[in-house]
Design a protein around this ligand. Structure first.
Ligand SMILES: Cc1cc2nc3c(=O)[nH]c(=O)nc-3n(C[C@H](O)[C@H](O)[C@H](O)COP(=O)(O)OP(=O)(O)OC[C@H]3O[C@@H](n4cnc5c(N)ncnc54)[C@H](O)[C@@H]3O)c2cc1C
Length: 516
């Protein structure tokens, strides 16, 4: 199957759908998405979307909180765009009919989340992503100039004379096709599946990062992986996210003895930044040898079940009453701050190739993302990507920061691993607490596995399992290398052997470019 369009969008989350709606004003659009259209990180987002629309808020205050969470590594111009375009783009969603919760006076009700200094999170109960997906999907479906192909996984970027001209893709196991366009947008989302414990759905394997890397695009800041502190920790049950909005509404973290331990680690207590809370949980579990819990028993039970119906249902399914019981929690990989390097208009280092949303790295989140800023990022930079893609041809983006040339490892010295082996290694050695010896061993193992995957045909083969494993190994390989070389702790990247932030040497972004 060979498809042609003016614009090609890979992925149907908030970034891809928002971009497609604007692109359709200027030409024919094809969206490829590798599963059902609604299967994306966006579809699972709970807490909400941040925007400075409250009477006590301003873009400047939102920028200040974003930059504080980013721990010295946010790109100020990117933050500026996020917080200034954000209110306009969120109001557009409201105009389109987004069913966000409202106060008694009819204004959008604003939730509080960790490290936000005011209430600024618009939400649709605790299933905000589902509502945004419904809304955008309804508009995309009604647009005659947009064609969406589901179950269509892009496997490789097509590059001619140094520029991107589209992708190769598979449908099911056999149907290999090409999609050709003047401009291509990667909106493939994150890579949580690289880790054994994750909040991300099965589609989040970092495909866009792996494809862009193989085409020679610049990748940046891949060491910065956010681990969410609170997922349901029940043996054998999925790692269901227990949104930060719970703590925003008063939920507390307690140990087995019922002590609220968070104030020992940070004056902000339960509303400290995610990395601080996640590490405090790990330390408390190590200290006591018993689990850590989230409790809402001191809050009004009616309010809890009305405000968090989806989470209450998931807890009930696992045998817990959210309003009454202590819920066992632990951290899990949640969000990738790094990604395909882009400028403020989503241009990558390859002409014709754009990237927006979680797959991209504009530097807007720095070393740590502020809660509820990623839906906003997808919305704002999805729209900005579309504007740039519609404009006259432009050169590839110019980007700053240190650049490292990397090569694929040599001869295969190991068998092709299972996906579980890769995810387990990443969780144990490249997870929340990192140290040189673990990172070195993991990098060596990933070298061997990547060589084995390449020798077996890698991501280009029609074998779905091999493709998935190769992608996980490739993305894990980049993350481990980046984590090993950053000799400091900053934001979500914590090195037990370099526990302090080192602004003298590491106040910088580092990029990789792969030469095959
Ligand atoms: C459980 C959970 C809760 C969250 N809660 C919040 C929240 O409350 N607020 C907030 O701001 N953020 C939240 N986040 C993060 C946020 O949801 C994501 O960062 C954001 O939705 C990413 O949007 P995106 O459009 O970039 O990617 P996604 O929404 O992940 O979409 C990626 C799309 O690309 C497709 N795709 C992937 N690979 C390929 C391929 N090879 N070929 C074709 N298609 C492909 C996928 O199928 C999917 O359709 C949450 C994330 C999770 C997992």
């Amino acid at each position: 199957m060979d498809l042609r369009a003016d614009f090609l969008v890979i992925g149907s989350g908030i970034a891809g759908l928002r971009a497609a709606l604007s692109l359709a004003e200027a030409g024919e659009v094809v969206i490829l998405t590798k599963s059902d259209p609604g299967e994306s990180n966006t579809g699972y987002a709970q807490g909400g979307i941040a925007a400075a629309i409250g009477a006590d808020d301003s873009p400047e205050l939102h920028a200040r909180d974003t930059i504080a969470a980013g721990d010295g590594l946010c790109v100020p111009e990117a933050v500026d765009r996020l917080v200034h375009d954000g209110p306009r783009d969120v109001r557009e969603l409201l105009d389109w009919g987004a069913a966000f919760d409202r106060d008694a006076d009819g204004r959008p009700s604003l939730g509080r989340e960790a490290a936000h200094s005011v209430r600024r999170v618009l939400h649709a109960r605790d299933a905000t992503g589902r509502e945004i997906t419904r809304l955008l999907w309804a508009r995309v479906s009604a647009c005659a100039r947009i064609r969406l192909l589901d179950d269509a996984g892009a496997t490789e970027l097509s590059i001619e004379d140094g520029a991107c001209t589209g992708v190769r893709f598979v449908r099911g196991a056999v149907d290999v096709g090409t999609a050709t366009a003047r401009r291509t947008l990667l909106a493939t989302g994150g890579a949580g599946q690289v880790f054994r414990e994750t909040t991300n759905p099965a589609v989040a394997t970092g495909d866009g990062i792996a494809m862009a890397a193989r085409a020679g695009a610049r990748l940046t800041d891949l060491e910065f992986v956010q681990f969410h502190p609170t997922v349901l920790n029940v043996e054998g049950a999925p790692r269901f996210l227990l949104s930060e909005a719970l703590r925003g509404e008063g939920a507390r973290l307690v140990n087995e003895a019922g002590e609220a331990f968070m104030t020992r680690d940070d004056p902000a207590g339960d509303l400290a930044p995610r990395d601080v809370v996640a590490r405090a949980i790990v330390r408390e579990v190590e200290r006591t040898g018993t689990p850590v819990y989230l409790t809402l028993a001191h809050l009004d039970a009616d309010f809890v079940t009305r405000r968090f119906p989806t989470i209450a249902r998931a807890c009930a399914h696992a045998g817990f009453n959210l309003a009454r019981d202590r819920i066992p929690v632990s951290p899990a990989a949640h969000y990738l701050m790094g990604g395909v390097a882009t400028d403020l208009d989503a241009r990558t280092s390859i002409p014709g190739l754009f990237a927006a949303g979680e797959v991209a790295c504009t530097g807007v989140h720095g070393a740590n993302r502020l809660a509820s800023n990623s839906l906003l990022e997808g919305l704002v930079f999805g729209a900005r990507a579309a504007a740039a893609m519609k404009a006259a041809p432009q050169p590839a983006a110019l980007m700053v920061g240190e650049l490292i040339d990397v090569r694929l490892p040599g001869r295969a010295s190991a068998a092709v691993p299972t996906a579980y082996e890769v995810r387990d290694l990443m969780w144990r050695s490249v997870g929340l607490l990192r140290i040189a010896r673990g990172l070195e061993a993991a990098s060596a193992q990933l070298d061997a596995w990547l060589a084995a995957c390449e020798a077996a045909g890698g991501a280009r083969r029609c074998d779905a399992e091999l493709r998935r494993t190769t992608t996980l190994v490739t993305v894990g390989w980049f993350i481990a290398r980046a984590a090993l070389r950053r000799h400091e702790s900053r934001g979500a990247h914590f090195r037990a052997d370099f526990p302090a932030r080192d602004d003298l040497h590491w106040s910088k972004h580092v990029s990789d470019v792969l030469h095959t």
